[in-house]
Write a protein that binds this ligand. Structure first.
Ligand SMILES: NC(=O)c1ccc[n+]([C@@H]2O[C@H](COP(=O)([O-])OP(=O)(O)OC[C@H]3O[C@@H](n4cnc5c(N)ncnc54)[C@H](O)[C@@H]3O)[C@@H](O)[C@H]2O)c1
Length: 251
């Protein structure tokens, strides 16, 4: 019996990196996975790699109409929603300090990284309530705890996700909704996004040396944490922050 057997779980941004690894692991552990992404090619590739127990839906998480359509589609086809991983996100341009960041870049970052998570919770929670309860995992970052001079809008967006997660968690718990909500905080993970903030071999080595455990993380390191939070093993866990970063936040 898989650790999330029989659950229907939506993973946004599952056409690449952490989302793809998470969708794959959840399916392996018995979930039916809805793979969503703005990138059709990447999403379809994930579904093909999983090879069953998954289907793709194109979605821009910053758009409310896309959320309405997707949640309605899941409730009509799968009949329930037990888990939601708000993983879709962007970073960059890199570097972008508060002095160089443009208003357009700032707004785009917040519309995907923050508004996308807000809309996921807003539209996901009623579907989960109608399904008897569920678990939401929001992808924040190590950046939520630290100053990020070269990623100014990104750091602000992940700080917002960290705080908003607790708001949803407490509101749902107090109202008796049976919906848990937790944030996951990856350190530096080898995905297209993670690679994007290390320009060249020297920067890569310098970054590697700054990680106490001595190496970068891989997407599966994060997927295992998300699996725990989506599964019923974490039934008493809500409003918490799961840091998976090779020790960086402990320095
Ligand atoms: N990789 C890291 O080092 C790292 C560290 C901390 C946090 N994170 C967070 O983890 C999450 C996944 O990151 P990743 O490294 O796998 O990145 P990635 O770039 O490999 O994958 C992100 C996916 O999100 C999709 N996406 C982007 N905008 C979208 C939108 N508006 N609607 C739907 N899909 C959209 C992309 O098409 C892509 O498939 C992000 O929220 C990121 O901020 C990553």
């Amino acid at each position: 019996m898989g650790r999330v057997e029989g659950k229907v779980v939506l993973v946004t941004g599952a056409g690449s990196g952490i989302g793809r690894a998470t969708a794959t692991l959840l399916a392996r552990e018995g979930a039916t996975v809805i793979v969503s992404d703005i990138d059709r090619g990447g999403g379809l590739e994930t579904v093909q790699q999983i090879g069953g127990n998954a289907r793709f839906v194109e979605q821009d998480t910053s758009q409310e109409a896309d959320w309405k359509r997707l949640i309605e589609d899941i409730m009509a086809r799968e009949g329930r929603l037990n888990g939601l991983v708000n993983n879709a996100g962007i970073a960059g341009p890199y570097p972008a300090t508060f002095e160089t960041e443009t208003v357009e870049q700032w707004q785009r970052m917040l519309s995907i990284n923050v508004q996308g998570v807000f809309l996921g919770c807003k539209h996901g929670v009623p579907a989960m309530r109608a399904s008897g309860g569920g678990s939401i995992v929001n992808l924040s970052s190590l950046a939520a705890f630290l100053g990020t001079p070269n990623l100014s809008a990104y750091g602000a967006s992940k700080g917002a996700v960290r705080q908003f997660t607790k708001t949803v968690a407490i509101d749902c718990a107090r109202k008796g909704y049976k919906v848990r909500c937790n944030s996951v905080h990856p350190g530096i993970i080898l995905t297209p996004m993670g690679e994007g903030i290390m320009a060249g071999d020297k920067a890569r080595e310098r970054t590697r040396r700054s990680i106490p455990i001595g190496d970068f993380g891989v997407p599966e390191d994060i997927a295992f944490g998300i699996l725990y939070l989506i599964s019923d093993e974490s039934r008493f866990v809500t409003g918490s922050e799961l840091v998976i970063d090779g020790g960086m936040n402990a320095i």
